[in-house]
Structures are given as structure tokens and as C-alpha cells.
Design a protein around this ligand. Structure first.
Ligand code: HEC
Length: 488
């Protein structure tokens, strides 16, 4: 049967803005977020407010057709990811509808995209087999100049040959310029080495709130807001994020005096500055260079799972390098030092935040993430010559740390429930072994076997003799001693 032409038309009506929103949800939303802000807490780049989707539509059409290969800077943040090509999956009219939706949503305000334009670009780029790079796209479609929050910006450059900030009032400017783009740029100086610069103008705060200002420089720089120095980088060194600094200030909406100072000793000349409202992702740049923005690290909590204790072997703040963290499901945590053979830090609540560990170079110690932190000791807890042999885990994940002194075996077991940490120390045979329970607190006995250990209540039962002074020690005889630690 032949379908009359009219029916064919009704079955395939032109796509509307509504269809664009639906198609966006199907084909883009998983990565760029339903609200265009980038999915998974901004791990993917935003389309809301992105200059990549504004202006000439060919830039965004090419990205959708062939994908994008990082790095790409979007709204002051660099993403080094891969967007897969969508061209084979999506016909021209659907791409046009999606981009029309993207360009007119979430505050974006660029004209609609016609299916014919997508068809033309698809045909022109038929040979293209690999995703675009940002660099290629920028060559053909440069982004519009950023509008900086600085206005009436005047730069002055000076001759200066010391690796420190000059007293500018004693210097004569070599050069004075008005920077109409409102951006700091060390390349505006007439010299390449041994110079200093200042920029003076007005910073316009869009609203009242807490602001952060980022500064990075090769070599030194300072930002002054409202006549006060907010943040400074001293000495000499590269601008690559390692020396960058952030200053914080509360501002009312409106204009305040802004001043930046900078000196270049030798080598690269670069200064970069940016601002944001506290809690915002990405930076609003005040400089031509965009350096110093370290990725915003989302916290990665390390938590006990499925009712089992979690063991974390890495640097923990406040104890020795060979620390073993244990997070019990009941919300009690300990850091056991394998160097000192002792539970050195006890705390309650969240265990540790692994952000620094997984995302940075992994050398930053993690501080306890919870509260009521108690540092029990910071010196060897077992006699010289005792060796750490490792640990065993019971089915609930509770650890027993094992050490040996000659033929003697010392087993130090920990488990927690309710608000109590239970520790069982046992010795297999031989002469008594002195165990330091705490070198930070003395033992204050309240009754037979219960006493105060700093902020903790401690109950002790079993085979051994206790000292009452500081350090607080236990002479362990063959058998087991049970210690229960409780937060008061
Ligand atoms: C599988 C995840 C994924 C999907 C699906 C996806 N994108 Fe992307 N997109 C990315 C990533 C990742 C980047 C950044 C790539 C890089 O680092 O170079 C990106 C970059 C972009 C950019 C340039 C940067 C920016 O934020 O403005 C645009 C425009 C864009 N995508 C549009 C779309 C549109 C429209 C769709 C739906 C048709 C879509 N993307 C689907 C992951 C995705």
C-alpha cells in the first residue's frame, strides 16, 4: 500500500524544541547533566554558560558529529577527557534540535541550529575519522574574548632586577597602558627579564558573598583588594599550580579598588589571577594566562562496608609512616603504628577521606575525618627488639596485629561495638613483657579496674600489672588482658 504524501509528512513532522529537550536527555544528559552543569558533580564539562556552544554553531556541530579529545578548557576549568562521536547515531535534524535546545537553555542565548547546516558540515567533514581537539576547533572558531570583572585597568611596567617585590612608590614607570580587555598579562611589559608590573582598576563583585581569589606567578605577585593585600606569592619559581595561592574575602555587591603587583626575575614571565564565589566550580579569569587552578577534589570517603571493618594502609596524619588505619562499622576508628607497635590515634565518626590518596600523587597524609580524636602515644609501645610481623583479620574484618620478641608472640586484637573499642593483648609464654598503653596520659584509677585515660574511660581485666604514672604501662604475663576504651 502506498502511503499518501500527506500522511508521510504527518508521521515525520519537523522536530520541535520539546523534542530537542528529550533528545538531549537521551543522548547528552548522562554526561553533561540534566541541568547542563556536567554530570557526576561536574566531572564532565558544563554546557550551561559554555562558550563552546555559543556563537558560530559549527563549532558545536563538529563536536557532536565527531567527538572531542581533551584537553579542553570550559569556564576556567580544564578537562582532559574524551567525548565519543555522536554523528553516526544521530541524524541531522536531531542534532539540530538538540543544539537548538542546548543553545537556548540554562541561560544560554544563541540562535537555533538548522538541520541543513548540520547536513552541510557533515558532508564537508566526511573524511574526518578522529575526534576534534580543542586546539583545532579554536583555530577555525576562536572563542569570544572573555569579559573580565576588571574595568578601567591600567598597567604600568618598571625596570626591576631583584627577586622580591619592589616598593613601587620609589620607581619610575617605563610604560603605562590601558588594558581594555580587563586582563592581566605579563607579556604586555616591554622587557622579558628583570621587570616588575602593577595593574590598577576596579573589580566588580556581582553579588554579596564570600569570594576566593586565585593567584599564580613566575616569579612573585600580590593581589590587593580595597587597599588591603589579600594574597601574595614570594620568591622565585615557576607558575604551574605548585606555588599558586588562594585568598578569601567577603565582599558586598559593587565596585572595589583592585591592584595587582608582579615581578619577573628570570625565565618564564607569567601571572595569572582569577576569582569565584565560594562553592562555585571553575574560575573567572582576570588574566590572559590561566594557571594555578588545581582540580577541585570531591571528598572520597573511605568507609566500612557490609558490616566489616575497613583497613587502610597509608600515611595518616599524626602517626608514623607505616600506619594501618582501621575503621569499624560502629563508628570507632584507630590508627595503629607498625613502627611503634601501638594504637596511636583513636577517633569516632567518619574514618578517612581518601581524596589526596587517589587523585594526587598519593603522598599526602590523610587526617582522621571524624572527631573526638585522641592521641594515645607517640613512642614505641613494646620493648626494643620486638618485630612487627603483620596482621590477621577475623571474618568481621577485625585486625590482630602480631609482633614477636625472640620466641615470645604478642597478639594485639581490636574490635568495636556500640561506643566501645575492645582491645585484647595476649602473650604466649615467657617472662612478662612491658606494654606502654599511653605515653600521653597517666592512668587515673577510679575503682578496681576502671580508670581515666585522658578523655577516655578505660577498663582493664586480665593477666598483668599496671603502672599508674606516665607513661602508663602494663606488664603483660602469659595470658590475655582485655582493655575497653570508651569516650566519656
Ligand atoms: C559519554 C559522555 C558524553 C556524551 C554522551 C556527550 N558528551 Fe559532550 N563531552 C563529553 C566530554 C568528556 C567532553 C570533554 C572532552 C574533552 O575533555 O576534550 C565533552 C565536550 C562537549 C562540548 C565542548 C565542551 C563544553 O562543555 O561546552 C560540547 C559542546 C558537547 N560536549 C556537547 C555534547 C552534546 C550536545 C551531546 C549530546 C548530543 C554530548 N556532548 C554528548 C562527554 C560526553
Amino acid at each position: 500500500m502506498r502511503v499518501p504524501l500527506l500522511w508521510a509528512f504527518l508521521l515525520c513532522p519537523p522536530l520541535t524544541a520539546q523534542d530537542g529537550a528529550q533528545l538531549y536527555g537521551l543522548y547528552c544528559g548522562a554526561c553533561h547533566g540534566a541541568d547542563g552543569n556536567g554530570a557526576t558533580g561536574g566531572q564532565f564539562p558544563p554546557l550551561a554558560g559554555s562558550p563552546w556552544v555559543a556563537g558560530d554553531e559549527e563549532r558545536a556541530i563538529r563536536i557532536v558529529l565527531h567527538g572531542l579529545h581533551g584537553p579542553v578548557n570550559v569556564k576556567g576549568r580544564t578537562y582532559n577527557l574524551e567525548m565519543p562521536p555522536q554523528g553516526a547515531m544521530l541524524p541531522d535534524d536531531q542534532i539540530a534540535a538538540i543544539l537548538t535546545h542546548v543553545r537556548s537553555s540554562w541561560g544560554n542565548a544563541s540562535p537555533a541550529v538548522a538541520p541543513a547546516k548540520v547536513a552541510t558540515i557533515r558532508a564537508a567533514q566526511q573524511q574526518r575519522k578522529t575526534p576534534w581537539t580543542a586546539e583545532e576547533l579554536l583555530r577555525d572558531f576562536p572563542l569570544p574574548l572573555e569579559k573580565s570583572a576588571l574595568s578601567q585597568l591600567i598597567s604600568r611596567s618598571y625596570e626591576w632586577s631583584k627577586p622580591e617585590m619592589p616598593d613601587f612608590s620609589t620607581l619610575q614607570a617605563l610604560n603605562t597602558e590601558e588594558e581594555h580587555d580587563g586582563l592581566l598579562d605579563a607579556a604586555d611589559a616591554p622587557r622579558k627579564e628583570h621587570f616588575a608590573m602593577t595593574w590598577e582598576g576596579t573589580f566588580t563583585a556581582p553579588q554579596e558573598g564570600s569570594y576566593e581569589f586565585l593567584l599564580d606567578a613566575d616569579d612573585g605577585a600580590a593581589l590587593h583588594l580595597d587597599g588591603k593585600k589579600l594574597v601574595e606569592i614570594t620568591g622565585i619559581g615557576p607558575a604551574n599550580g605548585g606555588r599558586s595561592k588562594i585568598g578569601k574575602i567577603d565582599l558586598k555587591a559593587g565596585s572595589i579598588p583592585f591592584r595587582a603587583e608582579y615581578y619577573e626575575f628570570t625565565g618564564q614571565e607569567a601571572v595569572s589571577a582569577a576569582w569565584r564565589l565560594k562553592g562555585q566550580k571553575g574560575w573567572n579569569w582576570l588574566s590572559r594566562e590561566h594557571m594555578g587552578a588545581r582540580p577541585d577534589l570531591e571528598p572520597i570517603p573511605i568507609e566500612p562496608e557490609n558490616g566489616r571493618a575497613v583497613i587502610y594502609r597509608n600515611f595518616i596524619t599524626g602517626t608514623t609512616p607505616r600506619a594501618i588505619g582501621v575503621g569499624f562499622p560502629s563508628g570507632i576508628n584507630l590508627a595503629y603504628s607498625a613502627d611503634h607497635l601501638a594504637p596511636e590515634i583513636l577517633w569516632t565518626g567518619p574514618f578517612l577521606d581518601g581524596t589526596g590518596k587517589w587523585l594526587e600523587r598519593g603522598t599526602n597524609p590523610s587526617p582522621p575525618a571524624g572527631d573526638r580524636v585522641v592521641k594515645c602515644s607517640s613512642s614505641p609501645a613494646l620493648p626494643a627488639g620486638t618485630r612487627f610481623r603483620g596482621y590477621e583479620l577475623d571474618p568481621a574484618g577485625n585486625p590482630t596485629f602480631i609482633s614477636t620478641l625472640g620466641q615470645q608472640i604478642i597478639r594485639d586484637h581490636f574490635e568495636a561495638s556500640g561506643g566501645t573499642l575492645t582491645r585484647r593483648i595476649s602473650l604466649n609464654s615467657g617472662a612478662p613483657v612491658r606494654v606502654v598503653i599511653s605515653d600521653a596520659f597517666a592512668w587515673e584509677l577510679t575503682n578496681d579496674q576502671t580508670g581515666k585515660l585522658g578523655p577516655l574511660e578505660l577498663h582493664i581485666e586480665g593477666a598483668g600489672t599496671l603502672s599508674q604514672g606516665k607513661p602508663f604501662t602494663l606488664d603483660l604475663t602469659p595470658g590475655t588482658v582485655t582493655l575497653t576504651y570508651r569516650w566519656k
